[in-house]
Write a protein that binds this ligand. Structure first.
Ligand code: ZN
Ligand code: ZN
Length: 357
């Protein structure tokens, strides 16, 4: 049995379940290889059955690793029939992936003897430890980021629209194999840098501004995510100061990352440093997040996360300082937790760079 399937088998045993229904796209890709947008995996101790609609039947027959592939016209009815056919009584599903109305409908269609268990935390860590093949894709996706950034860098100067830089990045990423954008790219210059999620706008970049670029692509289903902050010409002393603080927080957190430490301890390495310098109130988000088949996944690195970092986890490290009306800095890398400590997967240099305007 594969490591991936072992997780679900353990879940069935510890929660005393007969079967589990897998709905999430990323979970489906992970557990059975299906890359389409709609399907369900029925998982019991005896067999795995993948169900999808006619649009995906051929694709599923080629891609899916399951004992059986079936086609449905009505998904919930097909699941109810399968629950009955297999004599399953205790059935779990990931509560994050089924709407309340779907849940109620499924209950209505099943015999009253069937009990559904909506699980959340128990599912969370399913994809937390990356296998070597997954790490290889994450490294390749990170490499695409660096190559596309290098090709885009000459375009970044005063007078250029943020949106045009985002388009150039997207073009360069897709030209070398990026599948889709990981998210709407952030290109935030000047005062817009104070918006942590300042998606590229029509604003023109001006001399004397910092520009934050946060972007990534997908390869083999796996995402890249990286943030660079650049100076266009000479910037205000305060902006330079917060850059130096953020890079120190970023470098310190990466240096400290190792297995056995809790996520909140790693968050504290960067947060304490930023707080000591007087900018704690201007770093409002967590230090980072897990990344893989989803851009944001388990584990989250926040002040509240007790997750113990483990070799094979891949997380981002992305401290930032955002000063309203003035500007902001965020610097982000994606790292792999290894037996000995960590390995940085993203490779765009993050040191202070002043571009000629
Ligand atoms: Zn990012
Ligand atoms: Zn991120």
């Amino acid at each position: 049995m594969s490591e991936k399937h072992k997780f679900i088998h353990n879940l069935l045993t510890t929660e005393h379940l007969d079967a589990s229904l897998v709905f999430g796209r990323a979970d489906l890709r992970y557990l059975c290889g299906f890359s389409g947008s709609d399907g369900v995996l029925f998982f019991s101790n005896h067999r795995t059955i993948f169900l999808t609609d006619s649009r995906y039947l051929q694709q599923a027959r080629q891609e899916v690793d399951a004992d059986e592939v079936r086609c449905y016209k009505n998904k919930l009815q097909a699941l109810a029939d399968l629950v009955e056919e297999t004599g399953s009584r205790q059935v779990a599903f990931d509560a994050r992936r089924l709407s309340v109305s779907q849940y109620l409908e499924l209950q209505r269609l099943c015999p009253s003897a069937v009990t559904f268990s909506p699980l959340t935390e128990q599912w969370e860590s399913l994809r937390g430890i990356k296998q070597p093949a997954e790490i290889a894709f994450l490294k390749q996706a990170a490499d695409l980021n660096r190559r596309a950034f290098d090709a885009t860098l000459p375009v970044i100067r005063a007078g250029v629209r943020e949106r045009d830089i985002a388009l150039e990045l997207e073009f360069n990423l897709k030209k070398i194999g990026g599948e889709i954008n990981s998210f709407d790219f952030i290109v935030a210059s000047g005062w817009r840098g104070a918006l942590p999620h300042g998606v590229a706008s029509d604003k023109l970049i001006a001399e004397g501004e910092l520009v934050t670029l946060d972007f990534g692509t997908r390869l083999g289903g796996y995402h890249s995510d990286e943030t660079v902050t650049l100076a266009v010409g000479s910037v205000d002393g305060k902006l330079r100061q917060i850059f130096d603080i953020v890079i120190e927080a970023h470098d310190s957190a990466i240096a400290a990352a190792r297995p056995g430490m809790r996520a909140r301890e790693l968050d504290a390495v960067a947060r304490d440093l930023i707080t000591e310098k007087g900018y704690g109130d201007f770093f409002g988000h967590g230090l980072g997040h897990g990344i893989g088949l989803e851009v944001h996944e388990f584990p989250t690195l926040t002040g509240k996360s007790d997750t113990v970092l483990t070799s094979g986890m891949v997380v981002t490290i992305e401290p930032g300082i955002y000063l309203p009306d003035l500007g902001g800095v965020r610097i982000e890398d994606t790292i792999l937790i290894t037996e000995k400590g960590h390995e940085c997967l993203t490779s765009i240099p993050k040191h202070y760079r002043q571009l000629s305007p």
